[in-house]
Design a protein around this ligand. Structure first.
Ligand SMILES: Cc1ncc(C[n+]2csc(CCOP(=O)(O)OP(=O)(O)O)c2C)c(N)n1
Ligand SMILES: [Mg+2]
Length: 331
């Protein structure tokens, strides 16, 4: 966990870049593996949005929790889940986070406080509320971050979550990753009234907005909010604007989007933005390239590990499909 007030040092930004690169490489490899037939089911790539997961999760302790959504790989990596175990999970192999039985949308690792990706919009958020309520009842110091997309802002359970969390002043940071799209629709085209974020005022939950493609801005905004949530300030909400580079899932070519719009978003690449800052603040090109190369190698090794791992045996078909007893709150 970092001190949100301290100005970022190049070393710290290199750390953030390293995690963003890991996520970027993981998502590229996951897309390639899906196309090659190694991955069954779906893969929703987080490419382009890396700064949000990394800028938020850098303030969390291992015992804090995150809940995620269908586009969840980045949150898991930023929270400390092993990319190798995640890759095995995507490939349906032993050694995966659920020994290969969950797949992309069910990556969870309670040992790292990762409550899980979630295919139901926005059920990760309602699970986060339950975790936060347990923390409060047990007078524990942890906090919960609930990540969700702009599409979730038009789903009823999210509003139940806002109400409950505010009613009991639970330690939750809501993070809305607004990439402008819900599957193939522009979210604004299916949103009634003013921008959905304005609805938060009705719940009395403070809202902050940030450029989600700027990891320095995200880590600063999230640091302030997390400090407030952690010190008993009740729920807060961070709206981060961003863009998903690829289609809704890896099969989707995204042809409903304007090519120029996609190109502009790619130029506002959160990795390049961080690299630009680093260059201006004294980091050498070699140092930056070393970070990128290390991420490439780590993910390449993760893919090899997954390819060589055995599939789960028939005898274990009913294990790891539901968590029935492992300790959610350590110690
Ligand atoms: C209850 C429910 N309804 C519909 C869907 C189908 N669905 C999957 S993702 C999604 C919207 C995603 O948009 P957003 O929340 O903005 O996340 P993004 O994909 O942009 O990251 C929908 C409607 C679902 N998964 N769950
Ligand atoms: Mg969206």
């Amino acid at each position: 966990m970092s001190d949100p007030k301290s100005p970022p040092s190049p070393e710290r930004v290199l750390d953030l870049l390293q995690t963003m690169c890991l996520i970027r490489e993981f998502e590229e490899a996951a897309g390639t593996a899906l196309a090659a037939g190694h991955v069954r089911g779906s893969v929703h790539q987080y490419t382009g949005q890396e700064a949000i997961a990394v800028g938020v999760c850098c303030h969390l302790n291992r015992t804090d929790y995150v809940s995620s959504h269908h586009r969840g790989h980045g949150h898991a990596i930023a929270k400390g889940v092993s990319p190798s175990r995640m890759m095995c999970e995507l490939f349906g192999r032993q050694g995966g986070t659920s020994n290969g039985k969950g797949g992309s949308m069910h990556i969870a690792d309670f040992s790292q406080g990762m409550l899980g990706a979630n295919g139901v919009v926005p059920d990760g958020v309602t699970m986060a509320v339950g975790a936060a309520h347990a923390i409060k009842m047990q007078a524990r110091p942890e906090i919960v971050v609930a990540f969700f997309g702009d599409g979730a802002m038009n789903r009823g359970p999210l509003f139940e979550a806002f109400n409950w969390v505010k009613l009991f002043d639970l330690p939750v940071l809501f993070v809305c990753e607004d990439n402008g799209y819900s599957v193939t629709l522009r979210t604004r085209d299916v949103t009634g009234g003013p921008p959905a974020v304005e609805r938060l005022g009705g719940f009395g939950i403070p809202v902050s907005q940030v450029n989600g493609n700027d990891v320095l801005a995200v880590q600063q905004a999230a640091g302030d909010l997390i400090a407030k949530v952690r010190s008993g300030g009740g729920p807060h909400f961070l709206h981060a604007s961003t863009y998903r580079w690829y289609g809704h899932l890896a099969y989707d070519k995204g042809l409903y989007r304007d090519a120029l719009e996609v190109e502009r978003a790619r130029q506002d690449d959160c990795l390049l933005n961080a690299q630009h800052w680093l260059t201006q603040n004294g980091a050498s090109a070699q140092r930056i390239e070393a970070v990128r190369e290390a991420a490439r190698q780590q993910i390449e090794q993760a893919v090899q590990l997954a390819l060589n791992a055995p599939f789960p045996s028939e005898a274990t078909a009913f294990t790891e499909v539901q968590d029935l007893g492992s300790p959610v709150w350590p110690g």
